[in-house]
Design a protein around this ligand. Structure first.
Ligand code: PLP
Length: 330
């Protein structure tokens, strides 16, 4: 099949770019030094390629991702790097044979894990991102509570999400050191083998963590491309030109096919004006005609992929495979 036969908008994954990204990361962070985050691609077929390179322990963001990974035979060591108020589904998953660990940052989330029968937890520590995670000084008390309730505490996690996307490497490095000092301090109080942290933007800088939770590196986006990392932009959205005026051109790829929280997408040799629900308005350097196909580069990979049902793996204009984005939903 050729890309010209696909209904647009359609997600394309450049096979060579993806393979190179997975190889580069697996060489930098072999085995369980990397715990790939599946939220970035939500695709078990892609995760199989990560596992084949030895990166067999995975990070998930939702119960549905945990269940889907286990169903696909990838449940060797699954971390839900997120708090849940009701862990019932995770308990069931653990009893079905998958190794299940959940992040906890409060007495309530510890109680939820105990009630559901989730055997293992990480104490989630706030390392500067105003999101989940306890204060570093509370981590020891929570670990004690968890162990006292019969849970195995594997260690700590602390995601430096306020740092991973910073373009300036020296700022990223300096802020990371400060952030990870808090995580190490918490780990001293908690104990355990695991210090889980990191993302694509800090994969080679975060030497404090025992495992890095990077996800975007596999497919990449234009926000991360600005950091000069050794990962190729493997993901594009194939789109069809549907209207042409003297000044601008419109393609059938809008807000419902592209996440916009990191800004406008990009199109090679063109200035992107704006997106509306089903439209991308842009000014190409060379004129295009109705029916022409363009490849749009998303600014943020994770939510873009979550809008789509399939990843079309391509070699040039040939579609060599179609993978379901089967970890969508909650
Ligand atoms: C908990 C957690 N860990 C790690 C990541 C790293 O992902 P990325 O590879 O996009 O930097 C994220 C991304 O949002 C996250 O939420």
């Amino acid at each position: 099949m050729r890309t010209s036969q696909l209904t647009t908008p359609a997600l394309l994954v450049d096979a060579a770019g993806l393979e190179a990204n997975l190889d580069t990361m697996a060489q930098a962070l072999p085995g369980t030094r990397l715990r790939p985050h599946v939220k970035a691609h939500k695709c078990t077929a892609l995760a199989v390629h990560q596992a084949a390179r030895g990166n067999t322990a995975f990070t998930c963001a939702t119960a549905a991702e945990m269940e889907g990974m286990a169903r696909a035979g990838l449940g060797e060591d699954l971390l839900l790097a997120n708090e849940v108020a009701d862990a019932t589904r995770l308990g069931a998953l653990a009893r079905s044979g998958a190794r299940v660990t959940v992040a906890v940052d409060s007495e309530e989330t510890i109680a939820a894990a105990v009630r559901a029968g989730v055997p293992e937890v990480l104490i989630d520590v706030n390392v500067g991102l105003p999101r989940c995670g306890c204060l570093p000084e509370d981590a020891g008390r929570l670990a004690e509570r968890a162990r006292g309730s019969g849970l195995a505490v594997r260690g700590v996690m602390g995601y430096e999400g306020h740092i991973v996307g910073l373009e300036d490497r020296s700022t990223r490095t300096a802020m990371l050191e400060e952030s990870m000092a808090q995580l190490v301090r918490a780990h001293d109080l908690v104990g355990g083998d695991v210090i889980s942290a990191g993302g694509t933007g800090t994969y080679d800088l975060n030497t404090w963590a025992t495992e890095i939770q990077a996800g975007s590196y596999a497919l990449m986006d234009t926000a991360y491309a600005k950091l000069g990392l050794p990962f190729a932009q493997a993901l594009t959205v194939l789109s069809t030109v549907i209207s042409v005026s003297d000044t601008w051109t419109v393609a059938d790829c809008g807000l419902k096919a592209l996440a916009m929280d990191h800004g406008n997408p990009s199109v090679a040799d063109a200035e992107v004006w704006f997106c509306s629900d089903e439209h991308l308005t842009f000014a190409p350097q060379a004129p295009l005609r109705v029916g022409d196909r363009i490849r749009v580069l998303p600014a943020h990979v994770d939510p873009t992929v979550a809008y789509h049902e399939h990843l079309h793996v391509v070699d040039g204009d040939e579609v060599v495979d179609r993978w379901d984005v089967d970890l969508r939903g909650w």
